[in-house]
Design a binder for this molecule. Structure first.
Ligand code: PLP
Length: 472
């Protein structure tokens, strides 16, 4: 079939023979006509002749369409933390699949990889987060947590506590309820969301919302909006607060250091559960194993996905504290929840190998070290650029806020697509960065080298210059 030969052709003809080009075109047409893409404008996809075909990866490089080499400063979607093309990961998958391709974790059955991975996660996780439920995506893990939140309050005899508080700019997933938690209105409009039972409070976005306050004063103010919302709803109606320690999807919104201690105190005072969504920040991205380690948070739940397997297999985890497990899992009666592929042996084996690599190669420490290099080089090269309002982040996570006027912090209308134009210009320089709202996001693999960071920074300098020139 054209499909089978296409993957062979794509692999063997990096130089790109006519045959390989023809097969690629067939594939692009098949994709254009039949493949529904995530977060994609499908009419534009039709008009532009179809999607880019990613074919291989090596280290920090993504290779597509035969021989187009792109330095992936986004690690896919912030997940390929150990880098592309790790043979030992492929071997771990092959070995696990040969031993046991599948068995479920329903009704008191496990497999060696799931058992070992659950213990490994529990040992690494902050505080009393000791119980691991496996899912296939961050969305499913969050959705699972939300069901446990409801179960917890029912078991406590407070079934009215069902309301979940989330934040503006949040991203927690694409299922019905997690979409409702997202603080991004365009994701709601087409679907008649959010569902009832969700409220959003201000995000700690000092650069946009801090006004005349210094970051620390603003951090406390933003945290107090949680208290105000609980008072407005009535504490006896509120079940939980969900938040990403750092909001990455919306441009690496860094909470001032005063923010998290205040949030933790409010959750304690009001007796509501705290869910730390560490889907992006988990497993070293910030230079700490978890962002909670940096902020001194011990949440009641933690969501993990992306970096758990470095994206090599779909796997996610809902990590549950002793306090919640005691009320929901240890009171007798079955836990009425689960997915066919929860604790999948191959996915768990790959995740274990991924964690081995992170430990053996000191990749968390490396994320801290290379992160400092990235931030210093970004600040030197573009910190004073007229289009750059702020460079922020932690570890190998950087957000660059673009502005019209640095002094007033005003920005160009979103419809102008400034960030997309800059990201596209960087792509033309061979570097993948991500445009979101008024910001660019950089989130590279932990194995990125200093020379590669130089390439990323140089591409951004060139892209900003080009677009700035066009604006004059
Ligand atoms: N939570 C956060 C913070 C995320 O960034 C994402 C995805 O980007 C999710 C949840 C959803 O994860 P998934 O796409 O695996 O469902």
């Amino acid at each position: 079939t054209p499909h089978a030969s296409a993957s062979n052709a794509a692999r063997s003809t990096i130089a790109g023979s006519d045959d390989a080009q023809m097969v690629r075109q067939q594939l692009r047409d098949a994709d254009r006509l039949h493949h529904v893409h995530s977060f994609t404008d499908h009419s534009a996809l039709q008009q532009n002749g179809g999607a880019f075909i990613a074919e291989r990866g090596e280290g920090s490089m993504l290779v597509g369409e035969g021989n187009i080499r792109l330095l992936d400063a986004m690690a896919g979607l912030g997940c390929v933390n150990v880098g592309y093309g790790r043979k030992e990961m492929a071997q771990a998958a092959a070995d696990a699949m040969q031993d046991l391709a599948y068995y479920h974790s329903f009704q008191a059955t496990t497999n060696p990889h799931a058992a070992a991975l659950a213990e490994r996660i529990a040992k690494a996780a902050p505080g009393a987060l000791n119980h691991v439920f496996f899912a296939n995506s961050g969305s499913e893990a969050n959705e699972s947590i939300l069901k446990l939140v409801r179960a917890y309050w029912r078991a406590k005899g407070q079934p009215n506590r069902q309301h979940i508080i989330a934040r503006d700019y949040a991203y927690h997933g694409s299922t019905l309820f997690t979409t409702s938690l997202n603080g991004l209105p365009p994701m709601h409009e087409a679907f008649g969301l959010p569902l009832s039972g969700v409220s959003h409070i201000e995000a700690p976005y000092w650069y946009r919302q801090g006004g005349d306050l210094d970051p620390e004063a603003y951090g406390k103010k933003a945290a107090r909006s949680l208290k105000d919302k609980i008072t407005e709803l009535g504490a006896d109606q509120v079940a939980a607060f969900i938040a990403e320690p750092i909001q990455v999807t919306s441009g690496v919104i860094m909470p001032p250091e005063s923010y998290w201690p205040e949030i933790v105190a409010i959750c304690k005072q009001e007796g509501i559960l705290l869910i730390a969504d560490e889907v992006v920040t988990g497993f070293g991205r910030t230079g700490h194993w978890f962002a909670q380690n940096h902020y001194g948070i011990e949440a009641d739940f933690m969501t993990l996905a992306k970096g758990l397997s470095s994206g090599y297999m779909p796997i996610a985890a809902a990590v549950i504290s002793d306090k919640v497990a005691e009320m929901t899992l240890q009171q007798g009666g079955a836990f009425q929840h689960g997915f066919t592929t929860s604790g999948h042996p191959v996915a768990c084996a790959v995740a274990l190998k991924n964690l081995d690599i992170i430990v053996q190669e000191g990749l968390v420490e490396r994320a801290a070290k290379m992160g400092a290099v990235l931030h210093s080089k970004l600040n030197t090269a573009i910190g004073d650029h007229p289009l750059v309002g702020e460079v922020r982040g932690m570890g190998l996570l950087a957000g660059i806020e673009l502005v019209r006027d640095r002094k007033s912090r005003s920005h160009y209308p979103l419809e102008l697509g400034l960030c997309s134009h800059v990201a596209n210009a960087a792509l033309m320089q061979g570097v993948i960065v991500r445009a979101t709202g008024n910001s660019l996001v950089i989130c590279p693999p932990f194995i990125i080298t200093e020379a590669e960071i130089d390439v990323v920074v140089a591409a951004l300098v060139a892209a900003l210059e080009q677009i700035y020139g066009q604006l004059q």
